[in-house]
Structure formats: structure tokens, C-alpha cells
Design a protein around this ligand. Structure first.
Ligand code: DP6
Length: 370
């Protein structure tokens, strides 16, 4: 059930911040990364997506955030960020800027002093976007801190929706990292369930064929991208094909939902690959244009297509805004795919590196001292 947004902002705005007692504590969350099957590319207003997107939550790629907080209504906000044990100015200023931007939603944040210790389970030089998992983890810690400060515990469904709402404001794709298995974000012309303010985890009954799905992340190039996601989204504003792309992705969301529900790997794969390539087609035809795929990305795509035809196996690719290739397939063919990667793709990968991941069970609150 969708909880009206008004409920999401009720908790803090209904309480006078100056009447709230000072408090301190420690919270810690682990939040997974996600891979979009239908891509979010283009946004308007305050992080509102221009088309619905649908993702699979990962298991092994996650961010962990441990936060010590001190709330004092007489103090101003302060934040100190460590990333993998070291101070990191870029990450710290991103978090500080985000916290300032959400003081309307969470008035207590203006009076918080935070010590954040963050890490990722995947190598940060791997060229895998970590903003979804780290911003989801940050949003979760803020929701936990809010519960500490006000001494109220909300229903878990409401808690995660609120975290999804806050994660969206930090990074759009992060709002999908709050749920197990699959998440859907954004309104559609074709179905009622989507919501622009936060993602939802309940996408209906999923067929057994899509209960255990793997993602082999093939690392092609880890150098810094020529265009950030934020700049990429912006290029859609004046893109001559943007409106058609939004309509296409909306229709693709419906098709992927149908495929997941009916266990239709052929339909799923066709849409998955088309979505990935049309995302890159948008980048290649924007002004200025960007080509983020590398020769080895294309060589891998060729080989995947050939292997699929030869072996008649449901192995498909998707790509985010970068050169790395994600291979998506059912766990039942994991041995074949591993063999294929090791024998035919390894030479095309940076230092032969790839990460084995799969569908995951969502975020987890962890012990601060773990
Ligand atoms: C290509 O969520 O990174 O990965 O909202 O500006 O932080 P911001 O963008 P971001 O965009 C992700 C784009 C994508 C597709 C997707 O994950 O849906």
C-alpha cells in the first residue's frame, strides 16, 4: 500500500525542534547497490524521474555506514566523514550539501553533529557507481537517528518508504536500494503502482524463473567517466529524442514487469538490452555527446550475443552510464556463464576482474561495533 507523502513528513514537522531534548547515539546500516533493468535517465524539478525505472537489488555489492550522532537544538550542523578509514573531501562535501538540502524534510538535521564512517564492499576503483548504495545507507541512518531523537518507532513499511524518499533526494537511483529483490520507481502511463517520490518494493508476484537471478559485473575500465550521471541527466533536457525515449522506457517497464511475472526470459532479455543500448544512444546523440563504451565493451556484447545463439541460454547484458557490462542470467546456468567468462571474456577485462553478484534481500541494520 502506498503511504501518502503527507505521512512521510509528519513525524518531524509536527514536533517543535526547540522543545526536543538533546540526545546522542550510534546507528549503523548496510545498503545494497542495485542494477537497473529499465533505466532512470532524465529528471525534472527536485529529483523527479521523467520515466519509471525498475531494478534488481544486489547482494554482494553494498555500502556500510556507521554514524555517531549528537543532537542539540542549540547547536548548528556539523559533519565529519571518513571513507574507508580516511577523510575524503569530495564525499564529505557531497554529504554536507545533501544534509543542508533536506533541512525542510528533517528539521533536526540542522542541529546534528555527525561522525560518519563509510565503506563499500566492492573496490572503489572498480568503476562501479557507489552512490546508490551509499546514499541509501545514509538515508537509513538518518531515519534511525530521527527515531532515536523523537523516541518514536514507525511501521517498517513506512520507515523504508521514508528512507527511499530521502535517498531519492540524494541520488535518484538510491531510492531503489531500500527493498529486497526488485524495486520500481516512478509514475507510468501504463500502470497505477509507480510513485515519483519514492520507490516501491512490492511489484506483485514474481515467477519462479526470476526468483534467483545473477549479475556478473565485468570490469572493462575503471578510469573516471567523461560525464557524471547528474550532467548526463541534464543533457536529456534539450535532447531532441528525449520524449520518445521516456515513452519507450515507460513501455519497457511494463514489458519487464510482465516478463518477471510470467517468467519470460526472452521478452526480458530483449527489453533489457534495448534499454541499455538506448541509454548509450542518448549519450552518443546528446549535445555535447559522450561515448562511454570502450572497444572491449563492444567486443563483450558481440561475444555474449554469439554465445547465446550457439548455446541457446538465457544470458543477457545491461550497461549503466559507463563501460562495464553486467551479465544477467538465471542461477540455473551459473556454471556455464562462469566458464564462458573465464574462457572467453577474461582477456577483455581490466586485470581480468569481474564480480559475481546476485539478487539480494535488501538493507540490513548492523551492530555499530561489528
Ligand atoms: C544510468 O542515480 O546516479 O545508473 O539522481 O543525479 O544521482 P542522480 O543520478 P543517478 O543516475 C543513475 C543512472 C543510471 C540508470 C539507473 O540506475 O537507473
Amino acid at each position: 500500500m502506498l503511504i501518502p507523502l503527507i505521512l512521510l513528513i509528519l513525524m518531524t514537522t509536527s514536533t517543535d525542534i526547540n522543545q526536543t531534548k538533546p540526545s546522542s547515539g550510534r546507528v549503523a546500516w548496510r545498503a545494497p547497490s542495485n542494477i537497473a533493468f529499465v533505466k532512470y535517465w532524465g529528471k525534472r524539478d527536485r529529483q523527479i524521474p521523467t520515466n519509471p525505472s525498475l531494478s534488481m537489488t544486489l547482494k554482494n555489492c553494498y555500502s556500510q555506514m556507521k554514524v555517531e550522532f549528537n543532537f542539540d537544538p542549540s547547536q548548528k550542523m556539523q559533519v565529519e566523514v571518513l571513507f574507508e578509514g580516511k577523510s575524503n573531501d569530495k564525499f564529505q562535501s557531497r554529504i554536507a550539501k545533501y544534509l543542508e538540502s533536506i533541512c525542510l524534510e528533517l528539521p533536526f538535521v540542522s542541529h546534528l553533529s555527525l561522525k560518519i564512517d563509510s565503506m563499500n564492499s566492492f573496490p572503489h576503483s572498480a568503476g562501479i557507481a557507489s552512490s546508490a548504495s551509499s546514499m541509501a545507507a545514509l538515508a537509513l541512518t538518518l531515519c534511525s537517528i530521527e527515531e532515536h531523537i523523537y523516541g518514536k518507532k514507525s511501521e517498517r513499511e513506512e520507515f523504508f518508504q521514508r528512507a527511499s524518499y530521502l535517498a531519492r533526494l540524494a541520488s535518484g537511483s538510491a531510492c531503489r536500494s531500500l527493498y529486497p529483490n526488485y524495486a520500481l520507481w516512478g509514475q507510468s502511463l501504463h500502470f497505477q503502482d509507480g510513485c515519483n517520490e519514492y520507490a516501491i518494493g512490492d511489484i506483485g508476484e514474481i515467477s519462479k524463473e526470476f526468483k534467483e537471478v545473477c549479475d556478473a559485473i565485468l570490469l572493462v575500465d575503471s578510469s573516471v567517466k567523461d560525464v557524471s550521471s547528474s550532467a548526463g541527466h541534464q543533457l536529456m533536457n534539450d535532447h531532441p529524442m528525449a520524449q520518445n525515449k521516456y515513452l519507450l522506457s515507460d513501455a519497457n517497464t511494463l514489458s519487464v514487469l510482465k516478463a518477471l511475472r510470467e517468467g519470460d526470459w526472452a521478452l526480458f532479455g530483449e527489453v533489457l538490452e534495448s534499454e541499455a543500448l538506448s541509454l548509450h544512444a542518448m549519450m552518443m546523440t546528446s549535445n555535447p555527446s559522450f561515448i562511454l563504451l570502450k572497444p572491449n565493451s563492444l567486443a563483450i556484447i558481440e561475444k555474449v550475443k554469439r554465445y547465446r545463439l550457439e548455446k541457446d541460454l538465457p544470458l543477457f547484458f545491461t550497461i549503466d552510464a559507463g563501460p562495464n557490462i553486467h551479465l544477467i542470467y538465471p542461477k540455473t546456468i551459473q556454471v556455464d556463464v562462469e566458464e564462458f567468462i573465464e574462457n572467453q571474456l577474461k582477456d577483455l577485462l581490466e586485470e581480468g576482474k569481474w564480480i559475481q553478484d546476485m539478487i539480494g534481500s535488501g538493507p540490513e541494520e548492523i551492530e555499530f561495533d561489528s
